[in-house]
Design a protein around this ligand. Structure first.
Ligand SMILES: *[C@@H]1O[C@H](CO)[C@@H](O)[C@H](O)[C@H]1NC(C)=O
Ligand SMILES: *[C@@H]1O[C@H](CO)[C@@H](O)[C@H](O)[C@H]1NC(C)=O
Length: 439
């Protein structure tokens, strides 16, 4: 049965269900666990593309990867960004299921509803994250053969982008070796932690030019960033992660608590540093709590868990997130620019997209590593001027700029912070359609 037939059958069932049942959760979905290594259980949740729009063609499949590491795609990405329902279980107008089937996977192991049964089951580096995901994808495409012939894209946010790059390389290899049956069509790196040092080194200049640092603050932030740089250059990556956290505190102190995810807002008080923090608990509060906010946790550990019906009793959504982050902390500051280069050299379609108001992964830093790519198309890419795009929500108002050459594209998304689909839903949906060649 093809995607189209599955979809129309489900569409029919769904209309029957919704006629008699007002639950907004009734829909065209599937979910399951895959044990990707001993004691390492990963959870996925799939939404089939919206039926009305699938009539003319098969829509692509999009895998969405959240950041952290330890942020949950099935929770945050799904209910706060691109899924069919909002956190209040209202329909989302700019849901990506209008243009694609969307697969959320809680990765690395221990994230969201995924769980590790023993401490060894947590991943400690991106290569384990990538090999775990490959096992999951092999299981998914074997179980759901209808997706083997549909264009398959990976979209990501933040640390998810670092994982997406590594996963894309594994997928490319596996497809060419015949060990994964899918039509891999490209990867999109949103506000991605590809070159952590380029992000940290540009915090000072970015904040200074946006009136968020004075001269003293600029000096302090640059000095803290220089210490991170030294640790990275000496390959002391765990130390670099700790110094990254220190640099954030220096930013916090000099900006009166600017929000790392959107410079036009301030950090809520519960994310600010306190003198007795150790750095893992501080970073968990700073960067995982926003993804596991109370209202979302109540939804996921309440009605959603009940609806799913397969989450083991002793597994709490988000219960192992801190361990996920902590296990990866020695890998956190390692760059993966070389992986992006290998993808480009292999002919994979790569898109970078970034929010104008993001601090943690500011656009300035993305420009820097992109300009250092060894990709042979870079000189020609650099010669091109960008093109303005209207914001679909406000025709006549610029919502983004973009530029593309051969298999690389860059989207500059205006008035968006770190979480682009949450901040600029219609623009993000338009970008999805452009990348997946639907417009
Ligand atoms: C949940 O309980 C089972 C069985 O007692 C155990 O094997 C597993 O490790 C536990 N899982 C977690 C995440 O604690
Ligand atoms: C990459 O994108 C181009 C359009 O920019 C498209 O023609 C090509 O088919 C894509 N490649 C793959 C592998 O999907």
């Amino acid at each position: 049965m093809g995607l189209l037939q599955v979809c129309s059958v489900l569409c029919f069932l769904n209309s029957l269900i919704s006629a008699g049942l007002s639950s907004p959760l009734a829909g065209r979905e599937a979910w399951n666990y895959v044990e990707v290594r001993d004691g390492a259980h990963m959870f996925w949740w799939l939404y089939y593309a919206d039926c009305q729009s699938v009539q003319s063609r098969d829509l692509p499949l999009v895998l969405w990867l959240q950041g952290g590491p330890g942020g949950s795609g099935t929770g945050f990405g799904n209910f706060e960004e691109i899924g069919p329902l909002t956190r209040d279980l209202e329909p989302r107008k700019s849901s990506w299921v209008q243009a694609a089937s969307v697969l959320f996977v809680d990765n690395p192991v221990g994230t969201g509803f995924s769980y590790a049964q023993n401490p060894e089951a947590f991943a400690t580096d991106v290569s384990t994250v990538a090999s775990d995901m490959l096992v999951l994808l092999q299981s998914f495409f074997t179980e759901r053969t209808e997706f083997q012939s549909v264009p398959f894209y990976i979209f990501s946010e933040s640390y998810g982008g670092k994982m997406a790059a590594a996963i894309s390389l594994e997928v490319t290899k596996a497809v060419s070796q015949g060990t994964l049956k899918c039509v891999f069509a490209g990867v999109a790196l949103g506000d991605s932690w590809i070159s952590p040092l380029d992000s940290v080194m540009t915090w000072g200049p970015y904040l200074y030019t946006t009136s968020l640092l004075d001269d003293f603050g600029l000096q302090d932030v640059n000095a803290a960033a220089a210490a991170v740089k030294q640790a990275v250059e000496q390959q002391q990556f765990l130390k670099a992660t700790e110094l990254w956290s220190v640099t954030e505190t220096v930013v916090e102190q000099n900006t009166n608590g600017v929000n790392f995810y959107n410079i036009l807002t301030q950090q809520p008080d519960d994310r600010l540093s306190s003198p007795d923090d150790d750095f893992i608990s501080l970073q968990t509060r700073r960067h995982l709590r926003p993804l596991y906010r109370q209202s979302l946790s109540e939804l996921m550990n309440g009605p959603i868990r009940k609806k799913l019906g397969i989450v083991p009793q002793n597994v709490t959504w988000g219960g192992q997130a801190e361990q996920v982050f902590s296990s990866m902390s020695g890998d956190f500051m390692r760059p993966v620019v070389d992986v992006v280069d290998r993808l480009l050299a292999a002919g994979v379609n790569v898109t970078v997209y970034n929010g104008q108001l993001d601090l943690i992964v500011d656009t300035l830093g993305q420009e820097l590593w992109v300009k250092r790519l060894k990709w042979d198309g870079l000189p020609a890419f650099n010669q091109l001027r960008w093109t303005a795009l209207d914001d679909p929500a406000s025709p006549g108002v610029t919502g983004a700029f973009y530029k593309t050459y051969k298999n690389f594209a860059f989207y500059w998304i205006l008035k968006a912070g770190h979480m682009i689909p949450a901040d600029q839903g219609p623009m993000a949906l338009q970008m999805l359609k452009m990348i997946t060649q639907q417009v």
